[in-house]
Design a protein around this ligand. Sequence first.
Ligand SMILES: Nc1ncnc2c1ncn2[C@@H]1O[C@H](COP(=O)(O)OP(=O)(O)OP(=O)(O)O)[C@@H](O)[C@H]1O
Ligand SMILES: [Mg+2]
Length: 518
Amino acid sequence: MLEKFQELNISEVIIRALNEMGFEEPTPIQAESIPVAMAGRDMIGQAQTGTGKTAAYGIPVLEKILAAPPSKEIQTVILSPTRELAMQVAEEMNHLAQFTPIQALPIYGGQDMERQLRRLRKCPQIIVATPGRLIDHMKRGTIQLSHISTIVLDEADEMLDMGFIDDINLIMGATPETRQTLLFSATMPKPIQELAENFLHDPKIIRMKAKEVTIDLIEQSYIEVPDRQKFDILCRLLDLQEPDLAIIFVRTKRRVDEVSEALKKRGYSAEGIHGDLTQAKRDTVIRQFRERTIDILVATDVAARGLDISGVTHVFNYDLPQDPESYVHRVGRTGRAGQSGEATTFVIPREIEHLRTIERLIKRRIQRRKAPTLSEALEGAQQTAIRNLVGAVESGEYGTYKENAEELLSNYDSTALVAAAIKLLTKEPDTTPVKITEEAPLRVRTSRRQGSGRGNNRRRDHSQHSGKQHDGQRHFHSKGNRDNRKKDTGDTARRVFKPRKKEHKEPTRSVFKPYFKD
Ligand SMILES: Nc1ncnc2c1ncn2[C@@H]1O[C@H](COP(=O)(O)OP(=O)(O)OP(=O)(O)O)[C@@H](O)[C@H]1O
Ligand SMILES: [Mg+2]
C-alpha cells in the first residue's frame, strides 16, 4: 500500500510512521517535491491548501538529518508565520519522526523562555519557529544557526511579505551560504517569488497544475449584505447549514471580540482568537476547537494560514480579507485532505470590486446567493428538528418514553402532539439584541512596490504596516483605523526583546486522516 512512498526512496523508519499516520500514497505535491528536495536542491513548492505540503518538506528534512552524521546542533529551521502553526508543524514533524531519534521543537513568542531553554538543552535537531522569538534567541546566543543545513519557509509568501522581511533577512544571514532553502505555500504572488529568488540558489519551482487556485472541494458563494445586517444573516446561515465546525473570519480584533460575544449571547458555542490575547488563552481556544468543545471559532487572519483542523465544514468571511491571497488561505481551512467544505463570503455593496479581484486571483466565479429570510431560517430550523425527530424514531431508542407517549396519545390528537414536539425541538431564530460596531468598507489603494531582495533595508514598522505593498492592483486597504490594519500574528506586531507574557500549555493534535486523493 505504501509502495509509492517506497518508490521515493523514503527510509523504512519514516514509512512506518506514514503507515501509522494513515498516509497510504503521496499527494501530488509530495510525489513531485520529495525527490527534488531529497536531491538537495532549493525549491519553491506551490500547491492548494490542505494537500500535504507539510510532509512534502517534512520528509526530505528528516531524510537529510538521518543521512547526516549525528550532531548536537540544530540542523533544520522551519519558519512559520504564527505560533499555532509552529506548534502544529512541530507536532506533524514529530509524528513523522516518531520511529527515529529526531526531535522537533516549537519556538514561539508568548511561551515561557526558561522552559524553552530547558527544551533547547535537549538538542532538538529541528526547530519550528516564529521569526520574532527565533531572533530573540539568536540575540541572546541561545540558538545558533551556524550549523543549519536546511531552512524551510512555510507559508513562504507571507514570510517574505513586508511584515516579516527584515526578520527573514536577519535569520537567513545567520545561516551558512551552503544551506538548502525550501519555500512552500498555496499562493505565491509574482513579486514575492522574485524577492524569494534572492534567497535561493538555482531553485526548482514546483507548481501543481491545478485548474483552480482554491480546491474544488470547497463550494464557494457570496452574499451581498450591508454591514449592520451581517450578524443576523450569519446566525440564520448557522441555523440553516448546521456546521460541524465553523471558522468565521473578521477583519479586526475588536470584531473578533464582539462577534464571538454576540454569538454566545444567542446561544452558540463560540470563542474568538486574535493576536492580543494571552498565549494561554489562544492555546485554550484552539484546543477546545480541535476537541470540538466549541463549534465556532471567530478569528482574524491569525488563523488563516496553515491550520489543519479536521471537521471544519464551513468557513465564513464575515468581512472580506485585507488582501486577496488571504481569501485563498481562509477558505482553505475547510475542504482539507479530500474532505468537502463550504465557504460563504459577506460582501457589502461598496466592496463588490474587491470580490471581483479575488475572483481574478482564484480564476473562478464565486456564486452569488441570496441572504436567507427570517421565514426561510425558521423553515430550515424546522426541517432540522424534523430530521432529528425522524432520526430518533429510526434509531428505535425511545423504549422508556413509550408509556408516556401512549398516555398522551389517549388524551390528545396525534397531529397536535407531533406539531408541539417539532415546535419544542425547533431552534427558532434568536433575535436577542447584540452590539457589533460598524466597520468602514475596504477601499482600493494603489501602492508602489518598494524594492526587493536581500539587503533591502525596508524597516518593518508595525504601527504603520498596512499589509502587502507589492502589488498595488490586487491590494486593498481598510478605511478603518491604522491599528486595525496591522497584521495580526501576535508575533510580528511587536519589537524584538519586549518582555514576554507568561506560560502556555501545548495542545495536542492527534488527528490522522486516511489516504485521500486530490
Ligand atoms: N499522503 C497523505 N495521505 C493522507 N493524508 C495526508 C497525506 N499528506 C498529508 N495528509 C494530511 O492532510 C492534511 C493537510 O495537510 P497539510 O496541513 O500539510 O496541508 P497544506 O498543503 O500544508 O495546507 P495549507 O496550505 O493550508 O497549509 C493533514 O491533516 C495531513 O496530515
Ligand atoms: Mg501548510
